[in-house]
Design a protein around this ligand. Structure first.
Ligand code: DHB
Ligand code: FE
Length: 284
Protein backbone atom coordinates (compact mmCIF):
# COMPACT_ATOMS: atom_id res chain seq x y z
CA UNK A 1 0.00 0.00 0.00
CA UNK A 2 1.04 3.62 -0.39
CA UNK A 3 2.66 5.24 2.66
CA UNK A 4 2.74 8.89 3.70
CA UNK A 5 6.29 9.20 4.97
CA UNK A 6 6.54 12.93 5.65
CA UNK A 7 4.94 16.33 5.40
CA UNK A 8 6.67 19.53 4.33
CA UNK A 9 5.44 23.06 5.07
CA UNK A 10 6.77 26.16 3.38
CA UNK A 11 5.94 29.71 2.33
CA UNK A 12 5.67 30.35 -1.42
CA UNK A 13 6.68 34.03 -1.80
CA UNK A 14 6.91 34.81 -5.55
CA UNK A 15 10.00 37.03 -5.05
CA UNK A 16 11.86 33.88 -3.91
CA UNK A 17 11.15 32.34 -7.32
CA UNK A 18 12.35 35.51 -9.01
CA UNK A 19 15.55 35.51 -6.89
CA UNK A 20 16.30 31.94 -8.04
CA UNK A 21 15.45 32.61 -11.68
CA UNK A 22 17.52 35.82 -11.76
CA UNK A 23 20.51 34.16 -9.99
CA UNK A 24 20.32 36.37 -6.91
CA UNK A 25 20.36 33.65 -4.25
CA UNK A 26 23.91 34.62 -3.20
CA UNK A 27 22.99 38.24 -2.44
CA UNK A 28 23.10 39.33 1.22
CA UNK A 29 19.33 39.86 1.34
CA UNK A 30 18.52 36.36 0.05
CA UNK A 31 21.35 34.26 1.52
CA UNK A 32 19.65 33.63 4.89
CA UNK A 33 16.41 32.55 3.19
CA UNK A 34 18.10 29.90 1.05
CA UNK A 35 20.32 28.78 3.92
CA UNK A 36 17.16 27.66 5.69
CA UNK A 37 16.48 25.21 2.86
CA UNK A 38 19.96 23.66 2.51
CA UNK A 39 19.07 20.84 4.89
CA UNK A 40 15.74 20.34 3.12
CA UNK A 41 17.24 19.89 -0.34
CA UNK A 42 19.63 17.20 0.92
CA UNK A 43 16.81 15.61 2.92
CA UNK A 44 14.53 15.43 -0.13
CA UNK A 45 17.29 13.84 -2.24
CA UNK A 46 17.71 11.13 0.39
CA UNK A 47 13.99 10.58 0.96
CA UNK A 48 13.30 9.98 -2.75
CA UNK A 49 9.50 10.32 -2.66
CA UNK A 50 7.59 8.60 -5.47
CA UNK A 51 4.81 11.21 -5.43
CA UNK A 52 4.32 14.62 -3.81
CA UNK A 53 0.75 15.65 -2.96
CA UNK A 54 1.14 19.42 -3.02
CA UNK A 55 -1.48 21.60 -1.32
CA UNK A 56 -1.27 25.16 -2.61
CA UNK A 57 -3.41 28.08 -3.63
CA UNK A 58 -3.91 29.49 -7.07
CA UNK A 59 -3.70 33.32 -7.10
CA UNK A 60 -6.46 34.03 -9.67
CA UNK A 61 -4.14 32.51 -12.31
CA UNK A 62 -5.77 29.22 -13.38
CA UNK A 63 -9.10 30.08 -11.77
CA UNK A 64 -10.39 33.58 -12.41
CA UNK A 65 -13.13 35.09 -10.31
CA UNK A 66 -15.52 33.52 -12.87
CA UNK A 67 -15.36 30.22 -11.01
CA UNK A 68 -13.87 29.57 -7.59
CA UNK A 69 -13.52 25.96 -6.45
CA UNK A 70 -12.96 25.64 -2.71
CA UNK A 71 -10.95 22.41 -3.13
CA UNK A 72 -9.63 21.27 -6.53
CA UNK A 73 -7.56 18.16 -7.28
CA UNK A 74 -5.33 17.97 -10.34
CA UNK A 75 -5.90 14.72 -12.24
CA UNK A 76 -3.92 15.67 -15.37
CA UNK A 77 -0.82 13.97 -16.77
CA UNK A 78 1.11 17.26 -16.71
CA UNK A 79 0.87 20.94 -15.78
CA UNK A 80 2.58 23.94 -17.35
CA UNK A 81 4.14 26.71 -15.23
CA UNK A 82 1.80 29.71 -15.50
CA UNK A 83 2.46 33.10 -17.01
CA UNK A 84 1.67 35.43 -14.09
CA UNK A 85 2.29 38.60 -16.10
CA UNK A 86 6.01 38.49 -16.87
CA UNK A 87 6.28 35.15 -18.69
CA UNK A 88 6.26 31.63 -17.24
CA UNK A 89 9.03 30.84 -14.74
CA UNK A 90 11.92 28.95 -16.41
CA UNK A 91 11.21 25.78 -14.42
CA UNK A 92 10.38 22.24 -15.54
CA UNK A 93 6.83 21.29 -16.32
CA UNK A 94 5.09 19.40 -13.56
CA UNK A 95 4.35 15.73 -14.21
CA UNK A 96 1.14 14.54 -12.56
CA UNK A 97 0.00 11.16 -11.27
CA UNK A 98 -3.47 10.67 -12.80
CA UNK A 99 -4.01 7.17 -11.32
CA UNK A 100 -3.32 8.11 -7.71
CA UNK A 101 -5.13 11.44 -8.14
CA UNK A 102 -8.23 9.66 -9.47
CA UNK A 103 -8.11 7.20 -6.57
CA UNK A 104 -7.86 10.06 -4.06
CA UNK A 105 -10.76 11.89 -5.74
CA UNK A 106 -12.90 8.74 -5.61
CA UNK A 107 -12.05 8.04 -1.97
CA UNK A 108 -12.29 11.60 -0.65
CA UNK A 109 -15.56 12.38 -2.43
CA UNK A 110 -17.10 9.16 -1.11
CA UNK A 111 -15.74 10.26 2.28
CA UNK A 112 -18.05 13.30 2.00
CA UNK A 113 -15.63 16.03 0.85
CA UNK A 114 -16.65 17.60 -2.45
CA UNK A 115 -13.67 18.17 -4.72
CA UNK A 116 -13.51 19.87 -8.10
CA UNK A 117 -11.74 17.67 -10.66
CA UNK A 118 -9.20 19.59 -12.73
CA UNK A 119 -7.98 17.99 -15.95
CA UNK A 120 -6.14 21.05 -17.25
CA UNK A 121 -4.43 23.76 -15.21
CA UNK A 122 -1.39 26.01 -15.34
CA UNK A 123 0.37 26.18 -11.97
CA UNK A 124 1.49 29.50 -10.47
CA UNK A 125 4.08 30.51 -7.85
CA UNK A 126 1.98 28.86 -5.16
CA UNK A 127 3.12 25.49 -6.50
CA UNK A 128 6.40 26.20 -8.33
CA UNK A 129 8.15 28.24 -5.59
CA UNK A 130 7.89 25.44 -2.98
CA UNK A 131 9.28 23.00 -5.57
CA UNK A 132 12.17 25.38 -6.31
CA UNK A 133 12.94 25.88 -2.61
CA UNK A 134 12.99 22.13 -1.96
CA UNK A 135 14.63 20.96 -5.21
CA UNK A 136 16.82 23.84 -6.43
CA UNK A 137 17.09 24.13 -10.21
CA UNK A 138 16.89 20.59 -11.64
CA UNK A 139 16.26 19.71 -15.32
CA UNK A 140 13.14 17.87 -14.17
CA UNK A 141 11.29 17.79 -10.83
CA UNK A 142 12.31 14.68 -8.87
CA UNK A 143 8.91 12.93 -8.99
CA UNK A 144 5.29 13.28 -10.08
CA UNK A 145 3.23 15.89 -8.23
CA UNK A 146 -0.51 15.96 -7.53
CA UNK A 147 -1.55 19.61 -7.30
CA UNK A 148 -4.34 20.30 -4.82
CA UNK A 149 -5.66 23.87 -4.97
CA UNK A 150 -7.50 25.54 -2.08
CA UNK A 151 -9.40 28.80 -2.29
CA UNK A 152 -7.85 31.19 0.24
CA UNK A 153 -8.17 34.24 -2.01
CA UNK A 154 -11.90 34.97 -2.38
CA UNK A 155 -14.18 34.82 0.66
CA UNK A 156 -15.71 32.64 1.95
CA UNK A 157 -12.62 30.47 2.49
CA UNK A 158 -12.66 27.04 4.18
CA UNK A 159 -12.10 26.82 7.93
CA UNK A 160 -9.00 25.33 9.50
CA UNK A 161 -11.20 22.58 10.90
CA UNK A 162 -12.51 21.66 7.44
CA UNK A 163 -8.94 21.64 6.12
CA UNK A 164 -7.68 19.40 8.92
CA UNK A 165 -10.54 16.92 8.45
CA UNK A 166 -10.00 16.94 4.71
CA UNK A 167 -6.34 16.13 5.37
CA UNK A 168 -7.44 13.13 7.40
CA UNK A 169 -9.62 11.99 4.49
CA UNK A 170 -6.71 12.47 2.05
CA UNK A 171 -4.54 10.42 4.43
CA UNK A 172 -7.08 7.58 4.38
CA UNK A 173 -7.28 7.80 0.59
CA UNK A 174 -3.51 7.63 0.05
CA UNK A 175 -3.03 4.82 2.57
CA UNK A 176 -5.69 2.75 0.75
CA UNK A 177 -3.92 2.98 -2.65
CA UNK A 178 -2.83 -0.49 -3.69
CA UNK A 179 0.75 0.22 -4.74
CA UNK A 180 3.86 0.53 -2.60
CA UNK A 181 4.50 4.25 -3.03
CA UNK A 182 6.46 6.67 -0.84
CA UNK A 183 4.17 9.70 -0.75
CA UNK A 184 4.88 13.09 0.80
CA UNK A 185 2.25 15.73 1.45
CA UNK A 186 3.21 19.39 1.35
CA UNK A 187 1.28 22.34 2.78
CA UNK A 188 2.32 25.71 1.37
CA UNK A 189 1.67 29.46 1.67
CA UNK A 190 1.98 31.71 4.74
CA UNK A 191 3.39 32.73 7.11
CA UNK A 192 2.21 36.13 8.34
CA UNK A 193 1.82 38.64 5.55
CA UNK A 194 -0.49 41.37 4.40
CA UNK A 195 0.09 42.68 0.91
CA UNK A 196 -2.28 45.63 0.74
CA UNK A 197 -4.02 48.38 2.70
CA UNK A 198 -2.86 50.36 5.72
CA UNK A 199 -1.51 47.22 7.43
CA UNK A 200 0.64 46.16 4.42
CA UNK A 201 3.89 44.62 5.59
CA UNK A 202 2.42 43.26 8.83
CA UNK A 203 4.62 40.57 10.39
CA UNK A 204 3.76 38.76 13.63
CA UNK A 205 6.74 36.62 14.66
CA UNK A 206 5.27 35.56 17.96
CA UNK A 207 2.01 34.37 16.39
CA UNK A 208 3.84 32.58 13.56
CA UNK A 209 6.07 30.67 15.97
CA UNK A 210 3.15 29.77 18.21
CA UNK A 211 1.40 28.45 15.08
CA UNK A 212 4.43 26.27 14.28
CA UNK A 213 4.58 25.00 17.89
CA UNK A 214 0.92 24.05 17.87
CA UNK A 215 1.04 22.60 14.35
CA UNK A 216 3.66 20.18 15.64
CA UNK A 217 2.19 19.42 19.07
CA UNK A 218 -1.59 19.76 18.84
CA UNK A 219 -2.94 20.25 15.31
CA UNK A 220 -6.42 19.16 16.38
CA UNK A 221 -6.66 22.14 18.77
CA UNK A 222 -5.02 24.43 16.21
CA UNK A 223 -7.62 23.47 13.63
CA UNK A 224 -10.31 25.06 15.81
CA UNK A 225 -8.76 28.52 15.44
CA UNK A 226 -11.33 30.72 13.66
CA UNK A 227 -10.31 32.22 10.32
CA UNK A 228 -10.69 35.76 11.66
CA UNK A 229 -7.77 35.11 14.05
CA UNK A 230 -5.49 34.38 11.08
CA UNK A 231 -6.50 37.60 9.35
CA UNK A 232 -6.29 39.76 12.46
CA UNK A 233 -3.03 38.32 13.78
CA UNK A 234 -1.19 37.17 10.65
CA UNK A 235 -2.54 39.59 8.03
CA UNK A 236 -5.04 39.15 5.22
CA UNK A 237 -2.77 36.70 3.37
CA UNK A 238 -1.88 34.90 6.59
CA UNK A 239 -5.06 32.91 5.92
CA UNK A 240 -2.98 30.83 3.48
CA UNK A 241 -1.80 28.98 6.60
CA UNK A 242 -5.05 26.96 6.79
CA UNK A 243 -3.57 24.92 3.94
CA UNK A 244 -0.87 23.63 6.29
CA UNK A 245 -3.61 21.93 8.29
CA UNK A 246 -4.51 19.77 5.28
CA UNK A 247 -0.97 18.36 5.16
CA UNK A 248 -0.91 18.00 8.95
CA UNK A 249 -4.23 16.11 8.97
CA UNK A 250 -2.77 13.48 6.64
CA UNK A 251 -0.02 12.54 9.10
CA UNK A 252 -0.26 9.25 11.03
CA UNK A 253 -1.02 10.75 14.45
CA UNK A 254 -4.20 12.34 13.07
CA UNK A 255 -5.37 8.75 12.39
CA UNK A 256 -4.43 7.49 15.87
CA UNK A 257 -0.79 6.68 15.08
CA UNK A 258 2.40 7.90 16.78
CA UNK A 259 3.49 11.54 16.79
CA UNK A 260 5.72 12.64 13.92
CA UNK A 261 9.35 13.66 14.38
CA UNK A 262 10.49 17.21 13.61
CA UNK A 263 13.26 16.83 11.02
CA UNK A 264 13.73 20.55 10.35
CA UNK A 265 12.29 23.92 11.38
CA UNK A 266 13.12 27.36 10.00
CA UNK A 267 11.75 30.89 10.32
CA UNK A 268 13.03 34.07 8.74
CA UNK A 269 11.93 37.68 8.19
CA UNK A 270 11.85 39.28 5.66
CA UNK A 271 11.28 37.92 2.19
CA UNK A 272 9.48 40.54 0.15
CA UNK A 273 6.64 41.60 2.48
CA UNK A 274 6.39 38.30 4.30
CA UNK A 275 7.73 36.01 6.95
CA UNK A 276 9.09 32.70 5.65
CA UNK A 277 8.23 29.61 7.66
CA UNK A 278 9.32 26.06 6.95
CA UNK A 279 8.88 22.74 8.72
CA UNK A 280 9.52 19.09 7.89
CA UNK A 281 7.73 16.37 9.85
CA UNK A 282 8.53 12.67 9.43
CA UNK A 283 6.10 9.88 10.22
CA UNK A 284 7.49 7.22 12.56
C1 DHB B 1 3.44 37.73 -2.24
C2 DHB B 1 2.43 37.01 -2.88
C3 DHB B 1 1.98 35.84 -2.33
O1 DHB B 1 1.07 35.03 -2.94
C4 DHB B 1 2.44 35.41 -1.13
O2 DHB B 1 1.89 34.30 -0.61
C5 DHB B 1 3.44 36.11 -0.50
C6 DHB B 1 3.92 37.28 -1.07
C7 DHB B 1 3.96 38.98 -2.84
O3 DHB B 1 3.44 39.43 -3.87
O4 DHB B 1 4.93 39.52 -2.29
FE1 FE C 1 0.27 33.49 -1.82
Amino acid sequence: MARITASVYTSHVPAIGAAIDMKKTGEDYWKPVFKGYEFSKEWLKNEKPDVIFLVFNDHATAFSLDFIPTFAIGTAAEYTPADEGWGPRPVPKVIGHPQLAAHIAQSVIQDDFDLTIVNKMDVDHGLTVPLSLMCGEPQAWPCPVIPFAVNVVQYPVPSGRRCYMLGQAIGRAIRSYDEDLNVQIWGTGGMSHQLQGPRAGLINREWDNAFLDQLIADPDALSKKPHIDYVREAGSEGIELVMWLIARGAMSDAAGGPKPKVAHRFYHVPASNTAVGHLILENA
